[in-house]
Design a protein around this ligand. Structure first.
Ligand SMILES: Cc1cc2nc3c(=O)[nH]c(=O)nc-3n(C[C@H](O)[C@H](O)[C@H](O)COP(=O)(O)OP(=O)(O)OC[C@H]3O[C@@H](n4cnc5c(N)ncnc54)[C@H](O)[C@@H]3O)c2cc1C
Length: 250
């Protein structure tokens, strides 16, 4: 059970919520693709704390089961024992709606991460691609990669005002793709941009995170047309157009 310590806009549509609390002590998230579960009780109600028992997570009887959504632990600050989570303000949905009204002192329950995938730093180059929901993971990766690494990042956002800057030692080319009014998850801008790129030679590890159909199409292109090793591609659906609380195995 954590408390909101700070809320600030990184860009008009990306909100950073900093969470604090004794329960964060010892928080660990070694993988940039990690996710935590956020538990949302109906707005205005006291959050419900689940208990972890032999049958997994259970909730108190007689209270509505909270909505759960996956988010990237953007940055844990051990010195202050605080955790940053970056929310895309996309509109309706328990998570986006909660973030839009988040204020210092409010409570939020989180769980996880339950596991982490560690991608070696030894690949010749890295492709990081996705929409704004991938920015927290991509930002983490860019910040952690050593100076010797080579990265091409292709990121779709609403417009220039949604671009972010990252603190990185790596040799990074960031290519921003602007929707300029097109609907998120219902366009092929990211795929078309990747199709148009001349990609570096050598072994590549690709991380793709965006709307589910978009991520699938990019994986297919990378494997079928670019000859990338399917086992070295993590292409995740971070959300599914028109479907609330969509899930795919990760
Ligand atoms: C591993 C993982 C890590 C993630 N990390 C982050 C993160 O750090 N920050 C972040 O903002 N998101 C992240 N996401 C995506 C986030 O979990 C989804 O966007 C989620 O659906 C948001 O929940 P909601 O309650 O706001 O909307 P929901 O109730 O799930 O959906 C309501 C409606 O909104 C649509 N929708 C959902 N997300 C978007 C979107 N981004 N743009 C446009 N329409 C949308 C749905 O299709 C549906 O029609 C991550 C997802 C995964 C799987």
């Amino acid at each position: 059970m954590l408390e909101v310590q700070a809320v600030r806009h990184l860009t008009p549509l990306m909100l950073r919520v900093t969470l604090a609390g004794d329960d964060l002590e010892g928080f660990i998230s070694p993988g940039y693709g990690d996710h935590i579960k956020l538990f949302f009780s109906p707005l205005g109600e006291e959050p419900v704390l689940p208990t972890l028992g032999p049958d997994g997570v259970t909730f108190p009887e007689g209270r509505p089961r909270p909505e759960m959504r996956d988010y990237t632990p953007r940055k844990y600050h051990a010195a202050t024992n605080t955790l940053d989570v970056d929310f895309v303000l996309h509109g309706d949905g328990p998570a986006s709606s909660w973030a839009a009204q988040a204020a210092v002192g409010q409570k939020l329950v989180i769980g996880g991460p339950r596991g982490s995938m560690i991608v070696p730093d030894a690949f010749d180059w890295y492709l990081l691609a996705g929409d704004e929901t991938a920015l927290p993971a991509i930002g983490r990766r860019l910040e952690e990669l050593p100076a010797s690494s080579k990265v091409t990042a292709v990121i779709e956002v609403a417009g220039k005002e949604e671009e972010q800057t990252f603190d990185t030692k790596a040799n990074v080319e960031i290519i921003w793709v602007h929707r300029n009014g097109l609907e998120p998850g219902n366009n092929d801008l990211l795929l078309r941009k990747i199709e148009s790129l001349s990609l570096p030679e050598g072994d590549c590890y690709a991380f793709i995170a965006s709307e589910s159909g978009v991520s699938k199409a990019i994986r297919e292109h990378l494997v079928d047309k670019r000859g990338l090793n399917n086992e070295w591609i993590k292409a995740s659906g971070y959300w599914l157009r028109g479907v609330a609380d969509a899930h795919e195995p990760h």
